[in-house]
Design a protein around this ligand. Structure first.
Ligand code: TMP
Length: 217
């Protein structure tokens, strides 16, 4: 009798992070196509979101019009959305052997709520350890952009001040804290992070990402 398990090899969990306007969505879609062209099963998803309850929480936390949302409540809503996302979608997909590409994950909470809202990395990390049951990305790709460049990109893409969601509407110094937080997280664990200059061309960024992923696969 063989002891070999028939379970598929666990997929790679890839997170994309970066400030608003960094061009993540474009790169996420290109990375998915690249992986699929190599014959991989890929599940692409986003945070907050990815499941019915998480998308409902996304609307709650991003849309204007729910009155004041204090920083702790905001952090808990993001982590609640993440708990459902991990349980219902990310962990099952990885266990079934798919690669999972996630547009934002815990590092966004560490950056936006931990540093942007000044709750601190430790408190935000704690609630997220609970939410994710300790699940971490195998690799995190950070598209690095300054607050001014990110704002200019959002405006050029038709997202002016009126179109900005609750977080995008924050001033440049908030977005500069976010950028520094991502860079600090990457510097603390260089093995698990790829930082790419988001002002490079779309093709150059994609090439940097695929070269890196090819080395992992
Ligand atoms: P998106 O525009 O990239 O879809 O992200 C939605 C917004 O939510 C963005 O401004 C970043 C913010 N955000 C947080 O503040 N904390 C989080 O944990 C996540 C996932 C997103």
């Amino acid at each position: 009798m063989s002891n070999k398990s028939s379970a598929p090899a666990r997929g790679l969990f890839i997170a994309f992070e970066g400030g608003d306007g960094a061009g993540k969505s474009t790169q996420v879609a290109m990375a998915q196509q690249w992986l699929e062209a190599r014959g991989s099963q890929v599940v692409t998803t986003r945070e907050p979101g990815g499941t019915q309850i998480s998308e409902a929480l996304r609307s709650l936390v991003l849309e204007h019009g729910h009155g004041e949302i204090d920083s702790r409540t905001e952090a808990l809503i993001y982590s609640a959305a993440r708990a459902a996302h991990v349980q219902q979608l990310i962990a099952p997909a990885l266990n079934a052997g798919s690669h999972v590409i996630c547009d934002r994950f815990v590092d966004s909470s560490l950056a936006y709520q931990g540093m942007g809202r000044a709750l601190g990395f430790d408190a935000v990390a704690q609630i997220n350890d609970f939410a994710t049951d300790g699940l971490k990305p195998d690799v995190t790709i950070i598209l690095d952009i300054s607050a001014a460049d990110g704002r200019a990109r959002r405006v050029a893409a038709g997202g002016g001040v009126e179109a900005a969601d609750r977080l995008e509407a924050e001033p440049d110094d908030f977005h500069e804290r976010i950028r520094n937080a991502f860079l600090e997280l990457a510097a603390g664990d260089p093995e698990r992070y790829l930082v790419v200059d988001a002002t490079l061309s779309v093709a150059e960024i994609h090439a940097a990402i695929t070269t890196y992923l090819a080395g992992l696969l």
